[in-house]
Ligand binder design. Structure first.
Ligand code: ZN
Length: 157
């Protein structure tokens, strides 16, 4: 598996609907960040490794999404709604994993489907264009974006 180290995805600001979101990889966190010197973070952190690095008094979710894997579509929807809630509070929320590509890119794509009404295909292409062409790393993650599109349609009925 090719690893895209050196992309430098740290709190990269991208658009989502009328809002903004920051996309990050833990690999690119500042050197000073540690369990004694914690980061402010508001948003959704898709690896348990984030837990020890975030100040407890911020609104965030640490969700254990295994690297290169997918998760249930209902849980993705819950994460999307949490991000949207923060946006409505005027916060620019963060989506973060380790490398900033697979899990982060997948959740960002799902957020675009929800907020902009894009098809999953359009959302993934927008993620590549707006953010990084290495985002959404596996076929399973790609399929999850499509599954999320179907899930949202089924809820509209
Ligand atoms: Zn990248």
């Amino acid at each position: 598996m090719v690893r895209h180290n050196g992309h430098g995805h740290w709190r990269q600001v991208v658009e989502a609907g009328d809002h903004l979101v920051k996309l990050s990889g833990l690999l690119y966190a500042p050197q000073w960040a540690s369990s004694r010197n914690k980061l402010n973070g508001k948003g959704v952190y898709l690896s348990r490794s984030w837990s020890k690095l975030l100040k407890e008094d911020n609104p965030y979710i640490v969700y254990g999404w295994p690297d290169m894997k997918t998760v249930p579509v209902e849980e993705v929807h819950g994460l999307v709604l949490f991000l949207v809630r923060l946006m409505k509070m005027g916060i620019v929320p963060e989506i973060a994993c380790i490398g900033g590509h697979g899990r982060t890119g997948t959740l960002y794509s799902c957020l675009l489907v929800y907020l902009e009404g894009l098809t999953p295909r359009q959302a993934v292409i927008r993620t590549w264009n707006n953010y990084c062409e290495s985002a959404v790393e596996t076929l399973g993650q790609m399929k999850l974006v499509y599954k999320y599109g179907k899930y949202l349609e089924s809820k509209k009925v």
